[in-house]
Ligand binder design. Structure first.
Ligand code: NAG
Ligand code: NAG
Ligand code: NAG
Ligand code: NAG
Ligand code: NAG
Length: 776
């Protein structure tokens, strides 16, 4: 009896839920009424669909074209908990846009075009736990932008355009645990930039432009345990730089550290893990402060294992600190693991070597004494007139002083020398004596038209050289003599007419080379990359006048990024790339390449991840153009060309970004593979018909011409496209709908597979469907 009663209740419940199932669902979207989700991914929606059921919990609007989020944009779905607005082309979020969304816990606004976060942009999101704003164009955070997000745990702002964080930028985020600011252009943090982040445990500031450790700012973050500052151009860490009581993990890898004070971490006593890998440290003293250090990572530093390393080794051994990395010298110890080298191995072999080391040591001590003698008046710092020298940060600057000669007499410890904006015109050889510690030299905007050979002689630690925006027409082959460590070279905005191959051949460690905005017209076989700059990883040649690239000119085992955009190439330089097995990004935009032939990218097809070919006047691509490219390709853009058709993209299964806009596509059966592909990918591909005339302006995804295309002759990979014929037309009638692989449908939700949810509402028939008499 009880059982029967229960069964009746169950039946009633089932019935009522069946009735309730007649729900509203925006016509472009897929709704799941049991999970209460609405999915409108990739529909080029320009407005938030207003007809979503009020009780919707998850709304997925990825890949649309919303542009602006107005005030109160979501008033009709007050119960939302998850809102995804990635890749929606959003430029502006109006104040109060989310005002009614008091239950949302996760909001994703990544991959949009937002520039400013206004004061009340996020008001109303009082339950929000995660906010993603990565890959926008954010330059400005207005005070109070996050004021109402008292429950936020994670805030991500990576890959934006932030240069400066003002005071109180994150006020209100008292529960924030993790703040990610990686991959911006931050060069300055106000002292109170992070004030109010009382719970922050983790802060990511890697890949920015910070030139020194932001001690004062960091001191205001009492709870931070993990701090990542890697990939910032810091050259030195001074005494008490890191003053953070709870810090356990500190990441300082891939910077330009030449040296650090043994007292740098004296106020970070809980540090257990310090990653200093890939810096320029040749010697290290025992670190005072941390009592529980377990790992000190020195991988990729030129550590010289002689007697001066004994104290460090002893300290590490007795303190149980694991030293990671290898010795770079002397020769008999090179590549030995630091952990395995014994105390007795660490010897000063020759007297000369010992003396040299000793001198450096003494100088160092002397400096330390000078700079710590704060009680007494400091002796005047040696510095050329009209310049400023800071011995603590080791920076010297004479920026925009109208100087016509390179000044002399900088402190020997200078690591960053900034001379930009002067009037040097010509710089003779050996112009930087006593600058052996300089790591970063700025000479941009100095009207330089000539540099004599050997001009940087003696700068044996130079890593970054900025010669951009000068008047150089050629480079003396000896110009880079004796700067063996140079890694990043900026020559953009000059008037170079040739690729400076012979000058570069003196730079075995060159990694990134900027040559944009020069007058290079040909890449000749004589300047082969493989011999001139064998370890180059990124080459920027945009905005030159390149018409010709010799076979193999760009062959290089290491090159990964190649910018050839805004040149005058008339064909894809396939032959030039024959041996570039690690090329990941190729930008050919804004050349004039009307036709791209078969296998154009085959030599690089295994490694290529991003292929950019916008605005090239391209009229035709061979159906085999993309042969060899596969799931590895992540981004492919063809915006603003003259293409009427496209090759089959179905082998590109890994695409995350694709842009086919502004091409005059001819919408007939030859375009069927594209249409099928578009229906299969969740990417929000915009492709517009220009022909035939009656379809002009319509979206490829919407037009119904394809429903009459013969399914069976649809080209598989590589097979030719044939046009409609009366015989195969017959076959197509049902064939098109039965295809196991993909269904051709005029609009997305209409011809859905039998839905997992039996209660799903049937959409209204559209004009197109009526005409075709398609049954659902
Ligand atoms: C040490 O640094 C190297 C190079 O950056 C890295 O691969 C390795 O994982 C690091 N080891 C530890 C234990 O942090
Ligand atoms: C440090 O002080 C000593 C003597 O007080 C002086 O000879 C030396 O030049 C100073 N070094 C620097 C780098 O200021
Ligand atoms: C190339 O030149 C054009 C026109 O001068 C300019 O608008 C564009 O920003 C330049 N691009 C680069 C990468 O320098
Ligand atoms: C490719 O080149 C074009 C034209 O110079 C430029 O606008 C675009 O930002 C570049 N894209 C990438 C990903 O490098
Ligand atoms: C997307 O919407 C914009 C604005 O309404 C329109 O100009 C464009 O043609 C549309 N593209 C597609 C693929 O629907």
């Amino acid at each position: 009896m009880q059982f029967l009663f229960a069964a009746v209740i169950l039946l009633i419940l089932t019935l009522s839920s069946t009735q309730k199932a007649v729900r509203k669902c925006p016509k472009e979207c897929n709704c799941d009424d049991t999970k209460l989700t609405v999915d409108c991914v990739g529909k080029n929606l320009t407005e938030i669909p207003l007809t979503a059921e009020e009780i919707t919990l998850k709304l997925d609007l990825r890949n649309n074209n919303l542009q602006l989020l107005p005030r109160g944009a979501f008033t009709h779905t007050p119960y939302l908990t998850h809102l995804n607005l990635q890749r929606c082309n959003i430029i502006k979020v109006k104040e109060g846009a989310f005002r009614t969304l008091g239950r949302v816990v996760s909001l994703n606004l990544a991959n949009n075009k937002i520039e400013t976060l206004y004061q009340e942009s996020f008001d109303g999101l009082s339950s929000l736990k995660e906010l993603h704003l990565d890959r926008n164009r954010i330059e400005e955070i207005q005070p109070g932008a996050f004021m109402q997000l008292g429950f936020l745990n994670v805030l991500t702002l990576t890959h934006n355009h932030l240069v400066y964080i003002p005071n109180m930028a994150f006020q209100g985020l008292q529960n924030l645990k993790w703040l990610r600011l990686s991959h911006n252009s931050l060069n300055n943090l106000a002292q109170e930039a992070f004030a109010g982040l009382f719970s922050l445990h983790r802060l990511s500031l890697d890949h920015n432009e910070l030139q020194f450790f932001p001690t004062q700012t960091m001191t205001r973050l009492p709870e931070v345990m993990h701090l990542d500052l890697s990939d910032n151009p810091m050259v030195y860490l001074g005494e008490e730089s890191v003053s953070m009581a709870k810090l356990t993990h500190l990441y300082l890898h891939h910077m330009a550290l030449q040296d650090l004070s043994d007292q740098a971490f004296s106020h970070a006593r809980l540090l257990s893990h310090i990653d200093l890998s890939h810096n320029q440290l040749s010697h290290l003293e025992p670190l005072s402060g941390p009592k529980h250090l377990t790992v000190l990572n020195l991988t990729g530093n030129p550590v010289f294992c002689n007697c001066y390393m004994r104290p460090l080794k002893e300290w590490a051994t007795t303190g149980g600190v694991k030293l990671l990395g290898t010795c770079a010298g002397p020769p008999h110890l090179s590549d030995e693991l630091l952990q395995e080298v014994t105390f007795l191995d660490l010897r000063c072999r020759s007297r000369g070597e010992a003396l040299e080391e000793e001198e450096e040591q003494q100088e160092e001590e002397q400096n330390k004494r000078n700079s710590t003698a704060t009680a007494k008046p400091r002796p005047p710092v040696k510095c050329p007139p009209n310049c400023e020298c800071d011995t603590e940060t080791r920076h010297a600057t004479c920026e925009n002083r109208g100087l016509t000669k390179v000044p002399r007499g900088f402190p020997a410890t200078t690591q960053l020398l900034d001379l930009r904006g002067n009037l040097f015109h010509f710089i003779p050889s050996s112009s930087f004596p006593g600058s052996s510690r300089v790591v970063s030299l700025h000479l941009e905007f100095c009207e330089i038209h000539d540099l004599e050979g050997g001009v940087f002689q003696g700068m044996k630690n130079l890593l970054y050289l900025y010669l951009s925006d000068n008047k150089l027409t050629s480079l003396n082959p000896k110009v880079f003599a004796e700067v063996p460590k140079l890694t990043y070279l900026h020559l953009e905005g000059n008037q170079l007419s040739n690729f400076p191959g012979s000058a570069l051949s003196l730079l075995p460690n060159l990694f990134v080379l900027h040559l944009e905005r020069n007058a290079i017209s040909r890449l000749e076989p004589t300047g082969l990359l493989s011999s001139a700059a064998p370890n180059l990883r990124e080459l920027y040649l945009s905005n030159n006048t390149i018409t010709f690239i010799a076979k193999g000119a760009l062959s290089s085992a290491f090159i990964a990024t190649l910018r050839l955009d805004s040149n005058q190439l008339t064909e894809v330089p396939t032959q030039a790339l024959l041996k570039a097995p690690n090329l990941e990004e190729l930008n050919l935009s804004a050349n004039l390449i009307p036709w791209v032939g078969p296998k154009a990218f085959q030599p690089i097809s295994q490694s290529l991840k991003r292929l950019i070919m916008d605005q090239m006047g391209m009229e035709k691509m061979s159906k085999d153009t993309l042969l060899g490219l596969g799931p590895g390709l992540k981004a492919f853009t063809l915006k603003g060309n003259q293409l009427k058709n496209l090759p089959d993209l179905s082998s590109l299964t890994g695409l995350e970004v694709v842009d086919l806009r502004d091409n005059p596509l001819l919408c007939d059966c030859a375009l069927l593979p594209l249409r099928r592909w578009m229906e299969n990918v969740k990417l929000g591909v915009t492709a517009t018909c220009a022909h035939p005339l009656e379809l002009r302006g319509q979206q490829v995804r919407d037009v119904d011409v394809f429903t009459t295309c013969p399914e069976n002759i649809a080209p598989q990979h590589g097979k030719a496209v044939s046009r409609l014929t009366p015989t195969n037309l017959k076959k197509s009638k049902h064939g098109a709908l039965k295809s196991p692989r993909v269904k051709i449908r005029p609009r997305k939700p209409k011809l859905k597979k039998p839905s997992k949810n039996p209660h799903e509402r049937k959409p209204k028939k559209t004009k197109n469907q009526k005409k075709l008499n398609i049954k659902t």
